[in-house]
Design a protein around this ligand. Structure first.
Ligand code: C2O
Length: 552
């Protein structure tokens, strides 16, 4: 591989959407941010310079970061944030991944405007396991807030209530024609007839899983989270925040007398308030040169709209994810661990914590504050980075290795909510010896409404070996696990009112964050960390921190 250099200048930029102009935190004045393009095996050196008053940290979502945890990016986990006027060079190499990933800010809610695609091409001379597409197009879904997202989450955390929802979903930063005064802010994909396009889809929305479809065009899924899958066709797909999906789209053989909308809108199973609006972009066939259609007649062509599943269509969602299988070919065999050294069972879901206001009630359930937890522990962010504390052997007063391996409050996850929904706070981690083979079952608690949780693990890909509804049954369910070709990825939806089982090999020493990729749930504490110890061999050792690593 080669070394590629990028420079990210973090600065303010005025952007207008929905007839509303505001100053956003941006990379190089671009929104969405710049695209990173590299090949498998390349080294990336990305210099991030902070010119704004916010603290900044950037995460390279899904990059394995083999022994390069200092470059992972979650603030207060692997590094202290980059302060105003400071810079930091993220230095990492892409190993064993090809497809689409993305980068985003990993501090507070700054990722609402600081995000962009990472395109990973195969090594030079190595073909895709499918016919070479005519063109490749990143499509990144986001959420636009007219208000300042930093103010929204600050207020929600102070009052204990739910934060205001966004004002629009976006495709490549654009809301599209179904929103007020946004017809000019529409993403247009111009295509030629009879060609195959590779769309690199990324869900960068803060708080919503999304359905996506293109009218009258079939999507062939070929890669998720930068790992090839067995190709399958679908009219609509589901993509949760954090996930990426590569699809092939074959255009019509002849110039059609129509244009086509591509739309995305949420899949929501909870009862809370949410934005149920729809973002649309346009798939437009380029005018053929034979003059049959002038550009004026294109505008008059009928517009076809896709039909998306109902907002709460769980059977569609379940059916879709069950089709995802790793390619498991001779070149790309599945590496699903066949044996398990350590089993974990985590409940993930919402809860409450006591109101912290003396003279007024909080806006969460029954006057409490909303909280969220893993095994009833709501993660308290440390004020120094866990990776540094770990590396220098200074865990005292920063974190404890006592993360519970089973829930503190057992109850029937599908029955009535428990009387006590209170969670406890703590900075607790799981410590694993090098190369531990882990099986983790994550069960949605369904407290305060069933909602699915896209859980994201840093530093690893995992294999989704099973999933189901109701309570996980350790005596029956493992018999049905797929240990042949389970999908390999970095973010998985724990189904609403159900469970998911994953396996991964802890072969990457360091401190690795795991959290719900619904930003509001992360803010409420649905997060924890794994520490993987060094191996005995020198090449398994954690490297010392780079000299420019930011200080707290
Ligand atoms: Cu994409 Cu820890 O996040």
């Amino acid at each position: 591989g080669i070394t590629r250099h990028y420079k990210f200048d973090i600065k303010l930029q005025n952007v207008t959407r929905l007839c509303h102009t505001k100053s956003i935190v941006s990379v190089n004045g671009q929104f969405p941010g710049p695209r990173i393009v590299a090949r498998e095996g390349d080294q990336l050196l990305i210099k991030v310079v902070n010119h704004v008053s916010n603290n900044i940290s950037i995460h390279w979502h899904g990059i394995r970061q083999l022994r390069s945890g200092w470059a992972d990016g979650p603030a207060y986990i692997t590094q202290c944030p980059i302060q105003t006027g400071q810079s930091y060079v993220y230095n990492f190499t892409i190993v064993g991944q090809r497809g689409t990933l993305w980068w985003h800010a990993h501090i507070s809610w700054l990722r609402s405007t600081l995000y962009g695609p990472i395109v990973i091409l195969p090594k030079r001379g190595v073909p895709y396991p499918f016919a070479k597409p005519y063109k490749e197009v990143p499509i990144i879904f986001g959420e636009w807030f007219n208000a300042d997202p930093e103010a929204i989450i600050t207020q929600a955390l102070q009052t204990g209530g739910g934060p205001n929802v966004s004002d629009a979903y976006t495709i490549n930063g654009l809301p599209g024609p179904l929103y007020n005064c946004s017809a000019i802010d529409t993403f247009k994909l111009k295509v030629k007839p009879g060609k195959t396009y590779l769309l690199r889809l990324i869900n960068a929305a803060l708080n919503d899983e999304l359905f996506f479809s293109i009218a009258n065009h079939t999507l062939t899924v070929v890669d998720v989270d930068a790992i090839y899958v067995k190709p399958f066709e679908t009219e609509t797909l589901l993509i949760t925040p954090g996930q990426t999906t590569n699809v092939l789209v074959k255009t019509k053989p002849n110039y059609p007398s129509a244009t086509f909308l591509m739309t995305a809108r949420p899949y929501v199973t909870g009862q809370g308030t949410f934005d149920n609006s729809t973002v649309a972009g346009i798939l437009e066939y380029e005018s053929p040169s034979n003059g049959m259609h002038s550009s004026i007649s294109i505008k008059k062509l009928p517009l076809f709209k896709p039909i998306l599943p109902a907002l709460n269509d769980t059977s569609f969602a379940t059916n879709f994810v069950s089709k995802l299988r790793s390619l498991d070919s001779a070149e790309y065999p599945s590496k699903v661990p066949q044996k398990v050294d350590k089993h974990f069972f985590f409940t993930v879901g919402l809860g409450t914590s006591p109101c912290q206001h003396k003279n007024q009630t909080c806006q969460g359930p029954n006057g409490t504050m909303f909280a969220a937890s893993v095994n009833n522990v709501s993660f308290a962010m440390p004020t120094t980075a866990l990776l540094q504390s770990h590396f220098y052997g200074q865990s005292n007063g920063v974190y404890s290795p006592e993360f519970p391996s089973t829930p503190i409050m057992p109850f029937n996850y599908t029955g009535n909510p428990p009387n006590n929904t209170m969670v406890s706070n703590g900075t607790k981690v799981v410590v694993l010896p090098f190369n531990t083979s882990v099986e983790l079952v994550m069960q949605d608690t369904s407290i305060l409404g069933a909602e699915s949780h896209p859980l994201h693990l840093h530093g690893f890909n995992f294999f989704v070996v099973g999933q189901g509804f109701g309570n996980f049954d350790p005596s029956k369910d493992p018999a049905n696990f797929n240990l042949v070709d389970p999908v390999e990825r970095n973010t998985v939806g724990v189904p609403s009112g159900g469970w998911v089982a994953i396996r991964f090999l802890a072969d990457n020493p360091g401190v690795w964050f795991m959290h719900c990729h619904l930003e509001v749930h992360t803010s409420w504490g649905l997060k924890m960390a794994w520490i993987v110890l060094d191996g005995k061999l020198p090449n398994q050792k954690l490297l010392p921190p780079p000299a420019d690593l930011p200080k707290c």
